[in-house]
Design a protein around this ligand. Structure first.
Ligand code: ATP
Ligand code: PH2
Length: 140
């Protein structure tokens, strides 16, 4: 878990961010979106519809999906854009992901570790603060 300054809309409290790398060869990209949205709903997600990057109680995004052969799934559908169109700009996504998998690659943008050394993420990464005192609890 990481505490991160608000990105895109500064007038709100810090966020808690985390990344997970999950594998299920039977799941499609749509399944991952549906699973993400099921978790948001189950946790009673609340957000302000007027503020695109405003506060929300929980947001689960699908950053990148790879098929069973390891090929990236791509898509421009507004309901599911892959890779996530803003992931490469966000230290709060890249840093937790690189810590889990230092060799991670964001399709179309290259190694996550290199993205963290380049702007705009490089300027934001120092403010991404580890919170080892906090854990995501597994429901099942
Ligand atoms: N890769 C993706 N992951 C999650 N949602 C996506 C993705 N691509 C498109 N969407 C769509 O975006 C819509 C809004 O999602 P969400 O509220 O998480 O976005 P946001 O928090 O406003 O912005 P951001 O996506 O930049 O975090 C969802 O209804 C979903 O269908
Ligand atoms: N630090 C941080 N800032 C954000 C985040 C987030 O998860 N972390 N999500 C947003 C929604 O798009 C907008 N801004």
């Amino acid at each position: 878990m990481y505490e991160t300054p608000p990105w895109g809309d500064p007038d709100q409290p810090s966020y808690l961010n985390a990344a997970v790398v999950v594998r299920d060869d039977a799941a499609t990209a749509r399944d991952w979106l549906q699973r993400a949205q099921t978790i948001e709903t189950a946790e009673g997600r609340v957000r302000d519809p007027e503020r695109q990057f405003g506060p929300r109680t929980l947001d689960v995004d699908v950053i990148a999906v790879f098929d069973a052969e390891g090929r990236p799934v791509r898509g421009a559908d507004p309901e599911l854009t892959l890779p996530h169109p803003r992931a490469h700009l966000r230290a709060f996504v890249l840093k937790p992901w690189a810590d889990l998998d230092p060799a991670a690659e964001l399709p179309g943008h290259g190694p996550v570790a290199a993205l963290l050394r380049a702007e705009p993420a490089a300027s934001d990464v120092a403010a991404v603060r580890e919170r080892p005192d906090l854990r995501i609890q597994s429901a099942g």
